[in-house]
Design a protein around this ligand. Structure first.
Ligand SMILES: NC(=O)c1ccc[n+]([C@@H]2O[C@H](COP(=O)([O-])OP(=O)(O)OC[C@H]3O[C@@H](n4cnc5c(N)ncnc54)[C@H](O)[C@@H]3O)[C@@H](O)[C@H]2O)c1
Length: 277
């Protein structure tokens, strides 16, 4: 099986490269950076721009599946997201179709549905309700994936990741996706024999999980980690919640309250723990 990983130089990509290199017969990692550092056994790196269809056509040549994680991974003005996130998604699906790729496994986000209130235990069929242009790009890619399945038979699994980063605040007690569970989720998305078009939330087995994955249980994703282990320390230090603040009340957290075009990540305490090889 030939597998391609976009966004390979990113934080999530850094945790996926080694297990995907082991899983695939042929593994190509790709990103826009010049150099990705030391390669794992069986890995080949190709520099490519998501916004260029020719680049995507070349990296997906002969591939069976692509794990598409490359993006500008924050809220920003529409013009900044347009190339990597909107055109990039089109290029990945179009190149997948033209190259006969069976399945796209996509790093979607809770921000596609981020304006839904958190006290609604939303399922994978909740209507799109983006909180930002960034979330809107995730909605676009999900709809693209649905259309390429309906009209062209390209399968896709859309992993709506909640927050895959170290637990540093109260929101993450519900939204955390551990790196081990991320790897397991991506493996299940690859190994499930038939997926058609599917959506699944990327979240660990947290006591406070705010979303419902029951309609995607056929994928066999059974997370093992639980953010409750951090609750005592986090809640001792976190300021009280404000029921009038969308940041506290909506699934999108800080992205639900930032003005359109302004960074949501800047409001979060993300630790850069990119895995080094
Ligand atoms: N980290 C999270 O909690 C989280 C949550 C929801 C969704 N996601 C999604 O998962 C994916 C990976 O997230 P991450 O946290 O690793 O982000 P990241 O910013 O660390 O990695 C994204 C990678 O995409 C690459 N990229 C950007 N523009 C490109 C272009 N034009 N061509 C080729 N590559 C380009 C970047 O160089 C970077 O290495 C993203 O699509 C993100 O939206 C992440």
């Amino acid at each position: 099986m030939k597998l391609v990983l976009t966004g390979a130089a990113g934080r999530l990509g850094s945790y996926l490269r080694e297990p995907l290199a082991q899983l695939a017969d042929e593994f190509v990692s790709t990103d826009i950076v010049d150099d990705i550092g030391n390669l794992y056994d069986g890995e080949r790196y190709v520099k490519a721009d998501l916004a260029e269809l020719d680049d995507m056509m070349a990296v997906l040549k002969g591939a069976d599946m692509v794990v598409h994680m490359g993006a500008y991974a924050d809220e920003a003005p529409f013009e900044k997201l347009f190339g990597p996130n909107f055109v990039g998604a089109y290029n990945v699906w179009e190149a997948a179709y033209q190259n006969g790729v069976k399945r796209v496994i996509y790093g979607s986000s809770i921000h596609a549905v981020g304006m839904h209130p958190k006290n609604e235990f939303i399922g994978t069929d909740a209507p799109h309700r983006p909180d930002t242009f960034y979330g809107l790009a995730k909605c676009f890619a999900e709809d693209l994936g649905r259309m390429y399945w309906d009209k062209r038979g390209v399968e896709s699994v859309h992993m709506r990741i909640l927050s895959c980063a170290q637990v540093t605040g109260a929101r993450a007690l519900g939204s955390w996706l551990s790196y081990d569970d991320l790897i397991h989720l991506v493996q299940r998305c690859i190994e499930t024999p038939v997926t058609g078009f599917s959506v699944i939330y990327g979240v660990s087995d947290n006591d406070r999980v705010p979303v419902d994955n029951s309609k995607a249980s056929f994928i066999g994703y059974r997370p093992k980690d639980n953010a409750e282990q951090f609750a005592k320390d986090i809640l001792a230090n976190d300021p009280p919640m404000d029921p009038q603040n969308p940041e506290h009340m909506c699934h999108g957290g800080p992205f639900a309250s930032v003005p359109l075009g302004n960074s949501g990540i800047a409001q979060m305490d993300i630790i850069d723990d990119t895995k080094q090889n």
